[in-house]
Write a protein that binds this ligand. Structure first.
Ligand SMILES: Nc1nc2c(ncn2[C@@H]2O[C@H](COP(=O)(O)OP(=O)(O)OP(=O)(O)O)[C@@H](O)[C@H]2O)c(=O)[nH]1
Ligand SMILES: [Mg+2]
Length: 361
């Protein structure tokens, strides 16, 4: 099936429909149909992109970051600055033709950084090696949108559009929609949003849901609802990195700083800016460091890096495969306990800089 053609037809129909209360439901249904076609299209393209071709890289370390941007914005130079890994950089476009991994060691964390080939306009439709690149982007824990100097805004807008088109939502929480399917009976709707019940129900029906308990949170919009019915949508954090600031004047820099308030302004030739970038990358993950103490009383020099909310169970898992099974109890010193040396179980939640001693059978 030609997905683009079908999608264009439906979009055309929406444009030709007068928008008023009477047609609202019809338009919502067309939007639901478009969302479904887009989802099928993404699945189809991901299948075609498949693995191989040097685009499959094993995960390693505590988190994965990808460098995404147009050609020649300095992604490979950044990989080298951040990780020391050589990835060829040159002034011509498409210098990088495959995925090059490096590791950023920072405050005890090992962060995998992937340098990717440059994306060009319409990459999401397969231009360049867009499909393969975007398939890798979906696997990231953090996306660095690398843009360059005076073209920053234009590049940023296109990148966001392309990633959105392939179901990547950046810096957005999963919508508050909960669906428990049932084998029979009608849809029971607990709708706290401004959306019309009948519109919600027809979107659910359009996606094959006819019997279910459905809860909709108060801030949910119609496009959130469609997203939540689509399991190909991924939610990933991102940072905008404005590179080559050594090439722009102070006035232009000020202007860009007011446009990209949360952006990180860097140059591969100004080491201090790269330190700030490392710090921002590390901070987006909200890692905690936990030190282990052996039964002899020695505290490890290298901390374990865990996600905030991690439990004793996670410490067991990252220390040794059998530890969780043979676990008896743990003793903890630090912020997560009421008094130093408190005895806790597998579900105890740890805090940054805690010290943990584990006793097993
Ligand atoms: N002035 C300046 N030049 C830079 C900076 N970073 C990279 N460059 C130059 O920009 C050009 C492109 O850099 P690359 O690192 O190859 O860019 P890329 O984004 O990896 O490009 P592709 O692999 O083609 O997508 C090279 O000539 C670099 O030397 C910077 O911070 N300042
Ligand atoms: Mg490159």
């Amino acid at each position: 099936m030609d997905f683009d053609q079908k999608i264009r037809e439906l979009e055309e129909e929406i444009r030709n429909t007068q928008k008023n209360k009477a047609t609202e439901k019809h338009i919502s249904l067309l939007l639901a149909k478009i969302a479904k076609l887009k989802r099928e299209k993404i699945k189809n393209e991901l299948k075609r992109a498949g693995g191989g071709g040097g685009f499959d890289v094993a995960r390693s370390g505590d988190a994965r970051v990808v460098l995404v941007g147009f050609p020649s914005v300095g992604k490979s130079s950044l990989l080298t600055s951040l990780t020391g890994k050589q990835s060829k950089s040159a002034e011509y476009a498409f210098t990088t033709t495959t995925v090059i991994p490096g590791t950023l060691n920072y405050r005890g964390a090992k962060i995998q950084i992937l340098d990717l080939p440059g994306l060009i306009e319409d990459a999401q439709r397969g231009k360049g090696r867009g499909r393969e690149v975007l398939a890798v982007v979906r696997t990231a824990d953090l996306i660095l949108l690398v843009v360059e100097g005076s073209a920053a805004e234009k590049q940023y807008d296109s990148l966001v559009r392309m990633l959105n088109d392939v179901g990547i939502r950046m810096n957005k929480n999963r919508p508050d929609v909960r669906i428990s399917k049932r084998s029979s009976g009608p849809i029971k709707l607990f709708n706290n949003s401004d959306l019309d019940d009948s519109i919600v129900i027809s979107a659910l029906n359009e996606n094959g849901i006819r019997s279910a308990d459905v809860y909709i949170g108060d801030n949910v919009t119609y496009s959130d609802l469609l997203d939540s019915l689509d399991d190909s949508i991924v939610y990933i954090k991102s940072l905008v990195v404005i590179n080559k600031i050594d090439l722009i004047n102070t006035e232009e820099l000020r202007r860009l700083q007011s446009v990209f308030r949360d952006g990180v302004f860097v140059s591969n030739y100004i080491p201090e800016t790269l330190d700030i970038l490392k710090d921002k990358i590390y901070n987006t993950f909200d890692f905690i460091q936990v030190f282990t103490k052996s039964w002899k009383g020695e505290i490890s020099k290298d901390p374990l890096i865990l996600k905030r909310g991690a439990k004793i169970r996670d410490v067991c898992r990252s220390v040794h495969r059998d530890l969780e099974e043979n676990f008896k109890y743990a003793i903890v010193w630090g912020k997560s306990v009421k008094y130093p040396g408190q005895r806790v179980g597998l579900d105890h939640v740890l805090e940054d800089n805690d010290i943990v001693q584990i006793y097993d059978e």
